[in-house]
Design a protein around this ligand. Structure first.
Ligand code: NAD
Ligand code: MG
Length: 383
């Protein structure tokens, strides 16, 4: 029986994780959960799984906590969160809080040498220079949940001998605006941007998928997680989202991982550390599959150039790009900027900062703060 802490339990990834746990209840115990403010969902999870500890990261009405307290120990401080994650009884931490807010929890897990299943790509993008060496130092096993990275993880198999790898190919659905000319992006609505063709996800990552910034973050995530230079990472649009990524080896063989687009598949793979876990899934019907591939849509080159620069510069560059994007996406979600202005905010904020090294996790928080302030200024200057 493995004790799990599920961070971001009430979100889209959280829900998929719970579905996988439900189907493998004899192997896992939900020891603790963390959530933001979705109290009704937290109550449902608490009733069903009866986790010993529940952490809430946002201010919630104390009356709402009473019901949770009857089942679980309710935690609210940063120190509580650290103790929950680093509790010696915990075997696996699932990092599925959305955005930069998930970083501290990822850091706590890695610091204590836990096995960490990472959905929160923003923590790797922003703090890869701190988290990756720390994981090596503390012997923390990092297993990706992001479908592309979990696919690469599977395609690399046990050997993980990067000398044998010629290329990694990350697939992208292309999002809802795959066929929209770049100069028409300023007219797209929030509703259209939230309407992803193949995946159902939280709002921040859905907008990232529409701008293709999600794919940029994934490029950086792959660069850090697998220690593969960006020059060996290709990105190809594959609208059906059936092939989740591929690895081409030096002998000319390409290995791909396929499934219908359902996050329970990579989650089950990541949780099946010793042996694969059985889950219910919709089989692929190969005789009806029509798989196609195309280049990244014209006009989005600059954002990918920035992401490739981040892979080469490292240091604070990922924090800056990530923070600028989070501020811009938030402004777009609140209808303060146009869709196409998300690119401008990232570009102008990124250009404003010099690249410097990150020495501590505090540096990451510091640059994040500075970049957010600058991104807000950029938004004010255009509106
Ligand atoms: P979501 O918005 O649906 O859920 C976010 C979760 O984080 C919620 O449970 C929320 O309560 C919690 N949360 C927010 N702030 C918090 C805080 N301060 N303290 C504690 N909990 C807090 O997001 P999602 O779509 O599930 O995505 C989660 C992460 O997984 C993101 O980093 C995303 O990029 C990544 N990811 C998601 C998918 C997907 O299919 N949804 C796929 C790949 C990667
Ligand atoms: Mg992904």
């Amino acid at each position: 029986m493995k004790n799990i802490v599920l961070l971001g339990a009430t979100g889209s990834i959280g829900e998929s994780c719970l579905n996988v746990l439900r189907q493998n209840i004899s192997n896992f115990n939900l020891f603790g959960i963390a959530f933001g403010s979705n109290i009704s969902q937290a109550k449902r999870i608490s009733q069903e799984f009866q986790p010993e500890h529940i952490f809430t990261g946002k201010t919630v009405n104390p009356d709402d906590l009473i019901e949770l307290q009857s089942v679980s120990n309710v935690l609210t401080s940063e120190e509580d969160l650290k103790q929950l994650i680093q509790n010696s009884q915990v075997d696996i931490v699932i990092s599925a809080i959305s955005g930069f807010e998930g970083l501290l929890a990822s850091y706590f897990a890695i610091e204590s040498g836990k096995t960490i299943l990472v959905a929160n790509k923003e923590s790797i993008v922003a703090a890869g220079d701190i988290l990756m060496p720390l994981a090596k130092n503390k012997n923390a096993l990092i297993i990706p949940i992001d479908s592309e990275h979990n696919a690469i993880h599977q395609c690399l198999g046990n050997k993980k001998n990067l000398k044998e790898v010629s290329k990694v190919v990350i697939t992208a659905s292309g999002g809802p605006f795959r066929e929209t000319p770049f100069n028409e992006l300023k007219n797209v609505s929030l509703q259209d941007a939230l309407n992803h063709p193949t995946w159902s996800m939280g709002s921040k990552i859905t907008i990232d998928s529409a701008t293709l910034v999600n794919k940029c973050l994934e490029l950086i995530e792959a660069n850090y997680l697998f220690d593969i230079p960006e020059s060996q990472i290709d990105i190809v649009v594959h609208p059906q989202s059936i092939i989740h990524s591929m690895v081409t080896y030096i002998d000319g063989s390409t290995i791909a991982q396929l499934s219908n687009p359902n996050m329970e598949v990579p989650i089950a793979n990541a949780l099946g550390i010793e042996a694969r876990l059985p889950i219910q899934f919709e089989e692929l019907n190969f005789s009806e599959l029509n798989l196609s591939f195309e280049p990244i849509p014209v006009g989005r080159e600059r954002i990918f150039e920035i992401a490739r620069e981040v892979c080469n510069l490292k240091g604070n560059s990922g924090v800056i790009m990530n923070a600028a994007n989070e501020v811009a996406v938030n402004a777009f979600l609140n209808k303060k900027i146009l869709f196409s202005e998300i690119y401008d905010v990232i570009e102008r904020t990124f250009a404003h900062f010099q690249c410097s090294k990150l020495s501590t996790i505090e540096d990451v928080f510091d640059y994040d703060k500075q970049a957010r302030i600058h991104a807000e200024k950029v938004i004010k200057s255009v509106h």
